[in-house]
Ligand binder design. Structure first.
Ligand SMILES: NC(=O)NCCC[C@H](N)C(=O)O
Length: 306
């Protein structure tokens, strides 16, 4: 029985194992075993979700589990029960809980303070670890290896960005460059931690707050994310003016002709990315969405049976 709350909870070997198993589910190499047969998985999404909820629900059922799905208004937390008590009850009856809160991760850590039910973070305010795992599965399938890739991330330093930083820093000779709008970067502590990890593996994680397509050259991957991160608001009324130069357009392909385009989705054509890029030949955004199912299966298997 294991939990997955942060990429940082995984050893390098565990991270690579989950990615390998994810690739195996994607390619049919893992066979049709049902390691979760007879288990019950709770899927609790307090915030909107299309891919992550479907990936974990579909993945759990494909692995043989039964499901209970809770929406934001279903639980007695709405009539004043504490989330701590809610977690205690879940652990009496569920084998795994997949939860999206977009809130303080301390809540999930509290739920995980027992050794019966696995807790899987389907996005908290600080990190989106299962998105990074889906991205790694997608990259490994597309390039054969994550090691050695040059990745440019353009957009807000949100939960997806932090998970990617922690995950890519574990691989060798990776160059990960963030271009985040001024005032909307990654948390300093996390960036420092990822950069430190990266140094040990001969990789680099850096961040800049300017965006001029001419200075971003030679990347294998261009990645972006939506401008309105779940559970956050932008107090600055002028934020769109600050974000506009960070829109991913075809001009980025002048210096990065071989790059694939990735997006954690949902996409907003005309905001963070143009339709030409998202729907164009470089885009693997929906291949990446498919990777969410295969990585979710690998996470469930690792938490319950690995
Ligand atoms: N792939 C996803 O899980 N997409 C939904 C979340 C996207 C973004 N990181 C957000 O926080 O709004």
């Amino acid at each position: 029985m294991r939990h997955l709350i942060s990429i940082d909870d995984l050893t390098d070997d565990q991270l690579r194992h989950i990615v390998e198993r994810g690739v195996g589910f994607a390619t049919g190499r893992n066979g049709a075993a049902r390691p979760l047969a007879g288990q019950v998985v709770g899927v609790y999404f307090r915030r909107t979700s299309t891919r992550t909820r479907t990936a974990f629900s579909s993945g759990a059922m494909r692995l043989g589990a039964h499901l209970i799905a809770y929406g934001p208004d279903d639980l007695q937390t709405n009539t004043g029960e504490t989330t701590q008590d809610t977690g205690k009850v879940f652990a009496l009856m569920l084998d795994a809980l997949v939860a999206r809160t977009a809130d303080d991760p301390a809540e999930m850590r509290g739920w995980a303070d027992q050794d019966r039910m696995s807790v899987i973070n389907a996005m908290s305010s600080d990190e989106h670890p299962t998105q990074a795992l889906a991205d790694l599965v997608t990259l490994q399938r597309r390039f054969g290896a994550v090691d050695g890739l040059r990745v440019l991330y353009v957009g807000e330093g949100n939960n997806t960005a932090t998970a990617l930083a922690l995950a890519l820093a574990r691989f060798s000779d990776v160059e990960l460059e963030f271009r985040t709008p001024p005032g909307y970067g990654l948390p300093e502590e996390l960036l420092g931690r990822a950069a430190e990890r990266a140094r040990r593996t001969g990789s680099s994680v850096t961040e800049r707050h300017d965006m001029d397509e001419g200075t971003a050259k030679g990347f294998d991957v261009v990645y972006t994310t939506r401008w309105q991160t779940t559970g956050t608001s932008k107090p600055d009324p002028d934020w769109r003016r600050i974000f506009q130069p960070f829109q991913v357009t075809e001009r980025l392909w002048e210096g990065n002709p071989e790059a694939v385009f990735m997006h954690d989705l949902p996409a907003h054509r005309g905001e963070e990315v143009t339709a030409e890029v998202l729907d164009g030949p470089a885009s693997i955004a929906f291949e990446q969405a498919a990777g969410k199912l295969h990585s979710a299966m690998a996470v469930l298997e690792w938490c319950r049976a690995g």
